[in-house]
Design a protein around this ligand. Structure first.
Ligand SMILES: Cc1cc2nc3c(=O)[nH]c(=O)nc-3n(C[C@H](O)[C@H](O)[C@H](O)COP(=O)(O)OP(=O)(O)OC[C@H]3O[C@@H](n4cnc5c(N)ncnc54)[C@H](O)[C@@H]3O)c2cc1C
Length: 292
């Protein structure tokens, strides 16, 4: 049985107090889809200094990349999580990540989904395989919640069999690419500022043999349409929507890693992004079953 330390209990009490004041009074609007969760999440971040801590961690990581001689356009693979070496320190760091998740989930699990997909899944996709320039341009504003992110792999005809049935394509056009396709069930899709779009490189091969490539898109790009939130059975505090792409023109600077990685690498990069999400989902379950 794991016991929270005194310090962890103090943090938990402060987070709980924030939620009583900022989430509980808006619970109805959040859970009926009338109030997007982002302003409250941003307030949570600034109140507890989570934005400043994320910025510090990011700057340290970038300093390591630069010290290793990486230039702005160079791809730098990063492990998705850099756990501290000391087990007690690692446990403490994990506890401080998990406490806000558990506490929010006592009231509004959708808020954690919206936050996790933005600052976790979407930023991790860019941080793990992006160039230094891409990390600075897109990952940092996601980590601080200044911008909202979406990570789009699922399509109307491809869910569990995400790669096998994927129809979205990237086609080379000179030095650029044209992106086409549609995505569904995309968390934060209606409001995302930054979207990681996963598709197949159409070089004339049969679909099963095509490379998987990922691009970073900005809301408002010509040819990109973001739907209104879908009406779901629950979790309305996590807005879910569709994306439609018609000849969205992008340069190589938006291709994650700025390189068409060898066959198989794009698939494993997308799968690795899920790993981080899974540990967060366990903490969500703890909150939902109401730990006290
Ligand atoms: C609230 C919500 C948020 C989401 N957010 C995102 C997001 O941010 N980004 C994103 O890309 N996607 C997102 N998704 C999509 C999610 O990843 C898919 O729903 C999931 O991959 C399952 O796909 P599907 O719904 O098409 O179900 P299906 O693939 O049709 O599966 C339906 C059922 O059939 C079973 N099944 C499927 N194939 C087989 C098989 N070969 N053999 C036996 N059983 C099988 C499955 O286990 C499941 O029980 C979200 C979904 C929801 C509901």
């Amino acid at each position: 049985m794991i016991e929270w330390s005194d310090e962890q209990q103090m943090v938990r009490a402060a987070v709980r107090d924030f939620i009583e004041k900022e989430v509980v009074p808006h619970h109805r609007e959040l859970e009926h889809g009338d109030l997007p969760p982002y302003d409250i999440l941003r307030k949570l971040f600034s109140t507890f200094g989570m934005d400043a801590m994320a910025r510090d961690r990011f700057e340290r990581q970038l300093a390591r990349d630069r010290a290793a001689g990486a230039s702005p356009g160079e791809q730098v693979d990063e492990p998705l999580e850099r756990a501290p070496r000391d087990p007690a320190e690692a446990a403490n760091a994990t506890a401080f990540q998990m406490i806000p998740i558990i506490e929010l989930c006592r009231w509004s699990p959708g808020m954690v989904t919206a936050m996790g997909v933005s600052m976790g899944l979407t930023s991790a996709a860019i941080l793990s395989k992006g160039t230094v320039a891409q990390k600075e341009r897109w990952a940092l504003p996601l980590l601080t919640m200044e911008k909202i992110g979406a990570w789009a792999i699922t399509e109307p005809g491809s869910g569990s069999d995400a790669f096998g049935s994927m129809r979205s394509t990237a086609r080379r056009d000179g030095d650029e690419y044209l992106l086409n396709g549609s995505k569904t069930f995309i968390t934060n899709g209606p409001y995302a500022d930054t979207i990681v779009f996963i598709c197949k490189l159409d070089e004339g091969h049969p679909p099963a043999e095509r490379k998987i490539v990922s691009f970073v898109l900005d809301s408002g790009m010509p040819g990109l349409e973001q739907s209104k939130p879908l009406k779901k059975m629950g979790m309305h505090s996590s807005p879910t929507g569709e994306l439609f792409l018609t000849d969205v023109r992008v340069g190589r600077d938006r291709l994650i890693g700025e390189t068409e990685s060898p066959e198989g690498e794009g698939r494993s990069a997308a799968k690795a992004t899920f790993l981080q999400e899974r540990s967060g989902v366990a903490a969500m379950a703890l909150g939902i079953i109401w730990v006290s």
